[in-house]
Design a protein around this ligand. Sequence first.
Ligand SMILES: Nc1nc2c(c(=O)[nH]1)N[C@H]1C(S)=C(S)[C@@H](COP(=O)(O)O)O[C@H]1N2
Ligand SMILES: [Mo]
Length: 557
Amino acid sequence: MSSISRGHAALAGITAAAVAIGAAEPVAVLTGARSAPLIAVGGVVVDLVPEPVKQFAIAVFGTYDKIALLIGTAVLLAAVAALLGVLAARRLRVGLAGIAAFAVLGSAAALTRTGANVFDALPSLVGGALGGLTLWLLLAGPLQPHIWAWTPPTPSTPPHPEPPTAGPERAAEGAAPAGPQPPSAPVPPVVRPVAAHGEESDPEGRRRFLTGAGALLGAAAVAGLGGHWLAGRRGVSSARQAVVLPTPSAPAPAVPAGADLGLARLAPYVTPNADFYRIDTALVVPQVDPATWRLRIHGRVRKPIELSFADLLARPMVERYVTLACVSNEVGDDLIGNARWLGVPIKELLDEAEPEEGADQVVGRSADGWTCGTPTAALRDGRDALLAVGMNGEPLPVEHGFPVRMVVPGLYGYVSACKWVTELELTSFADFDAYWVPRGWSAQGPIKTQSRIDTPRPRGRLSAGPVTVAGVAWAQHRGVRTVEVRVDGGPWREATLAPAVSVDTWVQWSWRWDATPGEHTLQVRATDAEGVTQPEQRRPVAPDGATGWHTVKVTVG
Ligand SMILES: Nc1nc2c(c(=O)[nH]1)N[C@H]1C(S)=C(S)[C@@H](COP(=O)(O)O)O[C@H]1N2
Ligand SMILES: [Mo]
């Protein structure tokens, strides 16, 4: 045992971890994807992101952040597993204790997620048990590289004096099925090591070990990927397809002719669902069954309300274009999109629930426990704040909040756009901080006026002569009054604004530039309908949205 190479020991550790995680997946098909250990622990990590890691603690958690987090976790886990394998080669008990610790960590994480029940501990526990078994098989059981050859029938004695410790190490010391061991047997040991020094001399044991590890890794992969696939099939996509959206009693206004300039590289006026940015803290997309979905409107209200999905669909629906924006959008970036939302006005529901005096915050809470805090006033002042069920004519895509989400014109998503929403709780800003507030973000998040140059592209090469400079500008719920462009710090020139559906959407703008040869810097700024021009001063996205003018450098040849 002690002569096993470090490489083999590390492989044993990694295999045990892979088996643990792979075996947990099929179990998580039954208990829910969020109870799988990697996802559960990853979710806790996301929520616990320490204050010093400010750059990470941003209200953006996009697709790539998630992939990065999961890959990072997997690499870290593999390193820890390799180390555990090396330690376990010396003392199996240490390795088993390590796996047990991970199983406890995984189940604790799963049990403490919002909406968890006791069964959520199962994937980690089953995974841990099979991971431990794997470690034993490879390091101390029949698959270990230096198994002792033994001759069964005759009474035998151990090859070495009994080690002082009891427990798994004894197995680790190589007493594979050692048979009965009468205390006094004056015969020479029939159990002897096949290889006494180094596995070079035990090619067969090594082959058995490597084949075993390979087979176990393969089984782990099959279980893991198969489980993942099955979990996907158990999702709500068929329930989503079965949803028949009601006809709105107040349809969306038609998109005015010319709202979309139709230029290549210019963001389309209406963002297709498939291209709509996605930001949330969910490592796996919550699968919320519309058949069991309930919305509770409670807290500081006189008449709490509880609605089913059918109840919601039975209410008069409105359809509105609203441009959503993420507070983490850097100047010039594209965490923003415009869609036609179908839903029930939140104001009507709140009016029925009768909020108490001083309940100035409505906390939207999602099926996975995320929260946002919206000013009650913004939800009741007559703007088209919706509990949305439809997006561009389809039921909400699952990753955009199916079956129901909030959409509030004029407020950043992190304070208003709760996806997979299941609760609206009336409280006050003094009494409750929503998810991103203790993480360094402002409790209030009105969208700042911004503008972006979509064409030409940064570092683009153009030919001299007339060039259409174009982009989008937004100041949701106030409206954009003017957009101006300047070249090389020269005088501001007014761009032409395309028509828009309402003040709640972005607007496309264009400006014709007679480009002269050389390097040039284009800049854009917007002024909202209240006459406030976006400031030049560059400020970071935290705590309440970036400021500054989008600046694009191009070369005209
Ligand atoms: N349940 C839940 N809803 C959420 C979030 C989240 O993390 N969880 N993120 C919010 C943020 S920060 C933004 S910008 C919008 C993005 O909505 P989208 O992904 O549909 O574009 O969703 C909001 N709603
Ligand atoms: Mo966001």
